[in-house]
Design a protein around this ligand. Structure first.
Ligand code: FE2
Length: 152
């Protein structure tokens, strides 16, 4: 295992999490109108989840002999709830990508693999939930899908 490469990748994960803390917080502050009630709390909870991931990754970077980054990437907020949710979905999809790449480098370090897989599961859950919100299906379309999958 190349430690420098691994630490660099974990720092890329950490940058992504710092981006999530800022982006989701800003979305929580900015969401307005009828959508404020259901979504402000969801965005703030996501900011807290990103912070929790940042904390776990930052601690691990130090344990491996590295220095946790303070850098974050560009924040994408969105002008309305649809834009915000689309950016949130893209953010979670990128998180999955980052942790999958980190897992490839973590091979041989079983505890780190477990840690990264644990976070990966939460990121994938974020993708799954946001996809259901963003790609709303009508009851008819859902019925159609069920019918198709039964015959297939
Ligand atoms: Fe995360």
């Amino acid at each position: 295992m190349n430690n420098d490469k691994l630490i660099a990748k974990l720092n890329a994960c950490l940058s992504h999490e710092w981006t999530g803390v800022a982006q989701y917080s800003q979305q929580g502050f900015m969401v307005s109108g009828l959508w404020r009630e259901p979504y402000a709390e969801m965005f703030f909870d996501s900011a807290k989840e990103s912070y929790g991931h940042a904390q776990r990754i930052g601690e691990k970077i130090v344990a491996l002999g590295g220095v946790p980054t303070l850098e974050r990437n560009k924040v994408q907020v969105g002008d309305d709830i649809h834009g915000m949710l689309q950016h949130a979905l893209e953010f979670e999809q990128n998180a999955v990508k980052h942790y999958l790449e980190a897992l490839e480098l973590a091979e041989g370090n079983r505890p780190l693999v477990v840690l990264l897989e644990d976070i990966l599961l939460e990121e994938q859950d974020g993708v799954d939930q946001l996809q259901k919100i963003v790609h709303e299906r009508s009851a008819g379309a859902a019925g159609e899908t069920r019918k198709t999958s039964k015959t297939g």
